[in-house]
Design a protein. Sequence first.
Length: 370
Amino acid sequence: MSLWDKLTREFIDIIQSTEPSQNEILAYRFPRSDNEIKNGAQLIVREGQMAAFVKEGQLADVKLPGKYTLDTNNIPVLSKILGWKYGFESPFKCEVYFISTKQWTDQKWGTQNPVVMRDAEFGPVRLRAFGTYAFKVTDAATFIREVVATDPLFEAYEITNQFRNVIVSRFADTIGSQQIPVLDLVGNYERLSKLAGERITPDLGKMGISLTQFYVENISLPQEVEAALDKRSEMGVLGNLDQYTKFQAAEAIRDAAKNPSGGAGLGMGLGAGVAIGQQIGNAMVAGAGASPITSKELPPPVPLQATFFVAINGVQAGPFDISTIQMKIRSGEVTRTSLVWKSGMADWAKAEGVAELSGLFSFLPPPLPQ
């Protein structure tokens, strides 16, 4: 490098930070040879930045957005041009930090472990919560002294973990002190966000940082408690148990009408509806303190109808209930000599020889004599 190039470099001195905005850098120390700045250097501080000068380990000055000419009249440092007798090696040094003052949005927070609170209706419950927040550096001097210190490149992740610890602690204090019932928490997210934000702000202010936004997005209960609430809601939807019993009976009649087994199915449906009604009525009486209905006072359960497999055209078909077999007898698919079998029979037998089916052929004439 020629002597002129060296002199040109010494006389043209611009100090600025052009880090991309997407980089999560909160503080950046401008790189200088031995941290020396010459008299007349140009300092450019852009919007969303502040520049802090640290001389001999002490904070000397903070510059807001704008363009500055640095000399001994407006900055407490001695420039290189005054140190020519030292061969451009001035013994006075100054560090320049650029502080990002933009708002850092969409920061996540959440409770790593459940927060236990006492609810008047459910007793002790465990809650989990999460949400978002935003912050910005508003006091560069405090931020340099309390957080950055001598770090040449201070990134957001280095402090957001500490933020989350503060947020969770203050949120737990807030939700515990407000004593809001669990079932009313959803309608109080805005209130909780505001109160928790007010508790968090002083802690961040001690680091030169302001909390600009704080939101509670969700507060959830353990799965077993949510399942109990679902069951409780289900019972609430049922409402009047007497009306529910009548509705169940009507549903049973409708289903029985669609059953191809005809009258037998109708009887079974009515029996099921009556049984449901008696069981619910029994529960209502027992809940009121009356003597419960015993099993001896209830009719016996409706017997299940037998079903048979039938050999039709040499192929096993079924199982069919009695009513379906009767229809097939009328259509001629099943005859007296058709082989049938049901569970419990040792082997296939002719239909007319089975007690449950023999009566179904009474309307048919006997076989013609040979």
